[in-house]
Design a protein around this ligand. Structure first.
Ligand code: ADP
Length: 177
């Protein structure tokens, strides 16, 4: 499913983000940019060791921020490593930090001329963010960015599991109405 926002499009699909042919895919990274499980592990496995070599030179990344490397062997030209919050109780700045890492990822994409960007559901795995809330924040933040900027054409949320897919579809539907 897709909706138009500003001059751009937001899409929600099910799939494996490492297979996406877009300018940039976003990684749900940790603040050390050291790789890990989940989507992070999948991206480093598929993209090869060049991505980790670049990550080591970046000196980590704050929660809520994002940094860019090349895509290594991926068909995506770039990987944007975004660090989402570890969810505690929602009262430790988690909503603002989650929103910030979507916004920062799009700013970094735009600075590097990436016009099509694929996101996973940041913080929705090991970091434990309640999925409906995370989906709402993701769709709202991306919509707000597309309304204010012409630098990005397409944002595609590539979701792995059915529960996350449904939550993002629901958020996109309610944004469209
Ligand atoms: P976090 O630590 O930010 O929670 P995870 O990698 O644990 O990151 O999970 C984030 C989301 O990415 C989860 O919804 C998980 O199901 C999903 N995911 C895992 N592998 C992939 C993949 N190859 N493509 C897209 N999404 C994936």
């Amino acid at each position: 499913m897709k909706i138009n926002v500003g001059n751009g499009t937001i899409e929600v699909v099910q799939g494996d983000i490492t297979k996406e042919s877009v300018d940039a895919i976003v990684n749900a990274a940790n603040s050390g940019l050291r790789g890990g499980g989940g989507v992070d592990g999948a991206i480093h496995r598929a993209g090869g060791p060049a991505i980790m070599d670049e990550c080591r030179k970046l000196g980590g990344c704050d929660t809520g921020d994002a940094k860019i490397t090349t895509g290594g062997k991926l068909s995506a030209k770039y990987v944007i490593h975004a660090v989402g919050p570890l969810y505690r109780d929602g009262k430790h700045g988690e909503p603002e930090l989650l929103s910030s890492c979507y916004r920062r990822s799009l700013e970094v994409a735009a600075e590097n001329g990436a016009r099509t960007v694929a996101f996973p559901a940041i913080s929705c795995g090991v970091y434990g963010y309640p999925i409906p809330e995370a989906a709402r924040i993701a769709v709202d933040t991306v919509s707000e960015f597309l309304e204010g900027h012409d630098s990005i054409d397409t944002v595609r949320f590539v979701l792995f599991t059915n529960d996350v897919l449904e939550a993002f579809q629901n958020s996109l539907e309610s944004s469209a109405t």
